[in-house]
Design a protein around this ligand. Sequence first.
Ligand code: LMR
Length: 342
Amino acid sequence: MKLRIALMLVLAMGFAGAAEAAGEIVIKFSHVVAPDTPKGQAAERFRQLAEKLTKGRVKVEVYPNSQLYKDREEIEALQSGAVQMLAPSLAKFGPMGAREFELFDLPYLFPDQEVLHRVMDGDVGKRLFAKLDAKGVTGLAYWDNGFKQMSSNRPMHRVADFSGLKMRIQSSKVLSAQMKALGANPQVMAFSEVYTALQQGVVDGTENPVSNFYTQKMNEVQKHMTMSNHGYLGYAVIVNKKFWEGLPSDVRSELTEAMKEATSFERDIAQKDNDDALARVIAARTTTVYRLTPEERAEWQRVLLPLQKEFAPVIGADLISSVNAVAAQYEKEKTAKPAKKI
Ligand code: LMR
């Protein structure tokens, strides 16, 4: 009897090993953008690294362009375990009950990418990820896209130019308030629906980094783009917590390493991708690209900066001050004179 049980155990272990060797651990990684965006390329890089470092024990299936799920559904799919990994933009965590992520949507809060990275990789980034725990989600990394630009079929130089424009936004209360402050009418809409909505005039304009604008061919349906850099769009790479914690620990550390490498790759290519996309938009000549004058920028800032105070009670005044402290520290380092050699 004992021998039979032992035999069954050995067989079961053999099957488990064989199944794993055939790549039984599957990570479905769903996202909403094109494969040739910073996020799309990094998801693919993660797939290659994960499969290599786990020696095929893990198979990663990347589903770009909302092939599986749109914005809101993908988060539900992650929580239910229908997919294991996502990288939603930081503006899409509000409906999940994590409004603090809208910190990243606040206009003119982040002066540059360096400050963003210090914030994401420091205490603020960790505190935000800790908020996801109770929602059955684990945060693995922060990825860049870049600063957002405004587009529509009307030139947008002065704040008054936004009056009455229907602007598509992501599901963020900060972004809604931002558009209202400019005098526009915000409309929440899934990313996959934006091109058609612009084409059919359901909305007049939108905001996005140029890499998203160009890869969705929005230049075909938007006559004007203002290089406003008024806010940021980045991502949190997240996994289903139960799935992640249930992985064999060696696999989990190999995947952690793969994510680390994919993250550094992603951050390296994001700015260049946006620069290349801008060159392509200009070359396509379907969209007039405008750069704000310092006076115009100052006017936008006068209207949009008060959002930081308005949203402090929701996002957390301490999180906003932490960002300001990181920015001040970085500024100090940049301006610090090198110590004189004696
Ligand atoms: C958007 O919906 O505009 C973006 O979040 C899309 C993305 O994932 O970059």
